[in-house]
Design a protein around this ligand. Structure first.
Ligand SMILES: [Zn+2]
Length: 69
């Protein structure tokens, strides 16, 4: 029970703190990233831009596989 509460707390603070994400400014980019220095962005040939999580999800981007939990 304690563990569940802790997980919920962690999850909600995680959601609140992470409102902006980073994407590769490429028409073919399909991932968004929480960290601008994520290794998933390492092979981006374009600019890395900061956008809101909402707009990332609206453009059908999914969380990068390196940062998936
Ligand atoms: Zn990433």
């Amino acid at each position: 029970m304690k563990l569940i509460l802790f997980a919920l707390l962690l999850f909600s603070s995680f959601r609140c703190a992470k409102t902006s994400v980073y994407v590769c400014d490429s028409p073919h980019a399909v991932r968004y990233h929480y960290k601008p220095n994520c290794q998933g962005l390492g092979n981006c040939q374009h600019r890395v831009v900061e956008i809101s999580l909402d707009s990332a999800e609206k453009s059908n981007k999914t969380l990068c596989k390196w940062e998936r939990r």
